[in-house]
Design a protein around this ligand. Structure first.
Ligand code: EPS
Length: 392
């Protein structure tokens, strides 16, 4: 089973991603992996840290001569900011006087919950791990999942459908999302230029008033065959696995499969996707077609052959330049919440991190269904299944 974990503090020496269970023989394109990391760093409203870092994947194991070898893949992303923190966050005891405490918990962050849980005198160690900096390692791991999915024709990309009060008023076409991902400049990753310009004004207003703003990203997994995930066991429903993965990302407070939110406000006759049968083969694995995809490609926790669509709703970044009320950790005296360098808007970046999480879940269920210690074996099983459902 494909599993991954990450390690590393935001201002430590490096971030680490460990991916195990990948079949052998998957071609590894490090330029692709590094472009995924570059994409995560982009977006109008990103903070000063993004001017320091140029995230690059340094593969330490599991890949030889340009292909995976079936062994655990260890990836290191060096934090260039570490040189500014070596004395403040040493591994050894160091000089406690140089410890940079987070004097008061910031509402919205894990600061207070983490300090209470781990019995920390302040929230520095909480911030270091709870920071969205950790999602850098997830993107590196997700890039490897995308390389496996690429071998079976599945692609995962995202775009932004809301920033603050400004929402994309239409469905995006897959080709528009592909074109967006190929751009060498990312503003707010919206497929509609006029909407993106209004989204940018939302970010500018937040910046002017010392506030923050976020919104909603939409991740689309394209060319997913029917039959991934299952309704048979609660913990194998693909909608649940995807919701868990995306919800686990920093700042995500709600996840939606397809049009889940508006479906809850609508009558069934307006929601469910009618089933038709194409007169002739349209190049998809089956000739079953749907006039729309409100289900987001999942019915009963099982992929139905339509694009899998997952949306993540991001709370505004918690660190505010007009800080909210808090109390000092040391004296409990009322004070303003601490300020740490941060972003104003991160919706495009969070979308890229969510692509990685969706890709890691999809790679896991693909590997579970088609097995295979090698890509050759997995592809043989996958092709056999596609032929089976084509003949269905
Ligand atoms: C981020 C890195 C962090 C923050 C931000 C996003 O770097 P630094 O703390 O050194 O500025 O800029 O993360 C947060 C503020 C947070 O609390 O999540 C990144 O790499 O995405």
């Amino acid at each position: 089973m494909i599993r991954f974990s990450t390690a590393g503090e935001s201002h430590g020496e490096s971030l680490i991603a460990l991916v195990s269970g990948m079949p052998a023989g998957v071609p590894v394109d490090l330029d692709f992996v590094n472009r995924e990391l570059w994409r995560r760093q982009q977006g109008y409203g990103r903070g000063g840290r993004m001017k320091i870092e140029t995230d690059k994947a340094h593969v330490l194991s599991g890949v030889r001569h340009g292909k995976t070898i079936g062994s655990p893949i260890a990836i290191e992303i060096v934090n260039r900011d570490w040189k500014n923190w070596e004395e403040r966050l040493p591994v050894e005891a160091g000089d406690p006087a140089k410890h940079q405490a987070v004097a008061s918990p910031r509402p919205g962050h894990a600061d207070l919950a983490g300090a209470l849980k781990y019995n920390f005198a302040d929230a520095r160690y909480v911030l270091e791990r709870a920071s969205a900096r950790e999602s850098t390692a997830r993107v590196a791991a997700g890039a490897f999942a995308k390389l496996l999915l690429r071998a079976v024709g599945i692609e995962v990309l995202s775009h932004v459908i809301r920033v603050g009060r400004v929402e994309l008023a239409r469905t995006a076409e897959w080709d528009e999302i592909v074109a967006l991902a190929g751009k060498d400049e990312v503003v707010l990753a919206c497929v509609d230029a006029e909407t993106e310009a209004r989204m940018k004004e939302e970010v500018e207003e937040a910046s002017r008033t010392g506030d923050t703003v976020n919104g909603v990203f939409e991740v689309v997994a394209h060319h997913v065959p029917a039959g991934l995930g299952t309704y048979a066991n609660w913990d194998e429903r693909l909608d649940g696995l995807l919701a868990w993965a995306v919800m686990s990302l920093q700042a995500v407070k709600a996840v939606e499969i397809g049009r889940g939110v508006t479906a809850a406000e609508s009558f069934g006759s307006r929601v469910h996707d009618p089933i038709h049968y194409a007169a002739q083969d349209e190049g998809k694995p089956t000739r079953f077609t749907r006039p729309h995809n409100n289900a987001g490609g999942l019915e009963g926790g099982t992929s139905n052959g339509e694009d899998v669509v997952v949306r993540g709703y991001l709370k505004p970044i918690s660190t505010l330049r007009r800080p909210l009320e808090s109390v000092r950790f040391d004296t409990r005296e009322p004070t303003s919440a601490s300020y740490e360098r941060s972003d104003i808007c991160v919706v495009p970046a969070a979308g890229v991190a969510a692509e990685a999480m969706v890709a890691l879940v999809m790679a896991r269920v693909v590997a579970e269904k088609f097995g295979g210690d090698s890509l050759l074996e997995l592809k043989r099983n996958f092709d056999g299944y596609i032929e089976q459902i084509r003949r269905y």
